[in-house]
Write a protein that binds this ligand. Structure first.
Ligand code: T3D
Length: 258
């Protein structure tokens, strides 16, 4: 039987998805997308999952679209509408925090797939490449939206036009990613963060992501009103009552909403 193209592991409340095409640096094929989307949907639907970690097998994270796949260049708008847009939106709408554990090179759509996650933790030896310009394309999988928001227009244009490799250290310094850590510490530090997030009120964490993303696009007064509406919803959840009760009773909270 062929090996799965996405390995699925569960450790406590953390679901780990590993892109598994190491010989091609885990570049995306139609077949891999057919496994990845259902794996993300299953994690979203499983009430026991409270954090998702995505990583790559072997020495790479993901080299973007597999340039050998039959999909390439035939009907690109259709490919993006059918595959990359739903993938980016799936990550952005996950009901729990998502961490990209970037173990090696992340290029093209693979880089932007990682950058769309809530946290990017990268090994010191990893790198990020907006490889699109080298083959006459523009950043996709959310890159044109994400890059200027993460690092500002000047750096976004520089990264996207040059297609230069950015080290994990520089990515952290630039504010493109959350953390760069020693290679040997990557798995442990990622799992420590994932376990911590999984024990937090994840419904509020997902609402935090949604509200920040929306607030970026609206005026100050509208953002304040949006905060009022979302906070109203959050304060009606069991997690809020539990958080306040735990604080007052000087005990650790036990959150359960999703
Ligand atoms: O129509 C559309 O396609 C629109 C959609 C676009 C979305 C996109 O993601 S476009 C961007 C696609 N990705 C790239 O252009 C990156 C291509 N890869 C590279 O530039 C380099 O591989 C890296 C800089 C990422 C890593 O370089 P290096 O020297 O560490 O590794 P390598 O030797 O180049 O790659 C190792 C193997 O992976 C190699 O196979 P081999 O020779 O050992 O059999 C290489 O061909 C394969 N590989 C790497 N990236 C891809 C790939 N095979 C297919 N597609 C890839 N994207």
């Amino acid at each position: 039987m062929a090996e799965p193209l996405v390995l699925i592991d569960t450790v406590g409340a953390v679901r780990k998805l590993t892109l598994n095409r190491a010989t091609a640096l885990n570049s995306f094929t139609a077949a891999m997308h057919r496994e990845l989307r259902p794996a993300l949907d299953a994690a979203a639907e499983d009430a026991a999952v409270r954090c998702v970690v995505i990583t790559g097998a072997g020495r790479g994270f993901c080299a973007g679209q597999d340039l050998n796949d039959s999909d390439v260049g035939s009907d690109t708008a259709n490919l993006i509408e059918r595959v990359y847009k739903p993938l980016a939106l799936r990550i952005a709408s996950m009901p729990v925090p998502v961490i990209a554990m970037v173990n090696g090179v992340a290029a093209g759509a693979g880089a932007n797939f990682a950058l769309g996650c809530d946290f990017v933790i990268a090994a010191r030896s990893a790198s990020f490449i907006q490889a699109f310009s080298k083959i006459g394309l523009i950043p996709d999988c959310g890159g044109t939206w994400l890059l200027p928001r993460l690092v500002g227009r000047a750096k976004a244009i520089g990264l996207a036009m040059s297609g230069d490799k950015l080290s994990a250290e520089d990515a952290e310094r630039m504010g493109l990613i959350w953390r760069c850590v020693d290679d040997a510490a990557l798995a442990d530090q990622t799992m420590a963060l994932a376990t911590k997030l999984a024990a937090m009120p994840v419904k509020a964490l997902a609402a935090t992501r949604r509200t920040i993303d929306e607030a970026i696009m609206i005026g100050y007064a509208d953002a304040l009103s949006l905060e009022a509406r979302v906070q109203q919803q959050m304060s009606a959840q069991a997690d809020f009552r539990e958080g306040v009760a735990a604080f007052l009773e000087k005990r650790a909270p036990k959150f359960s909403d999703r």
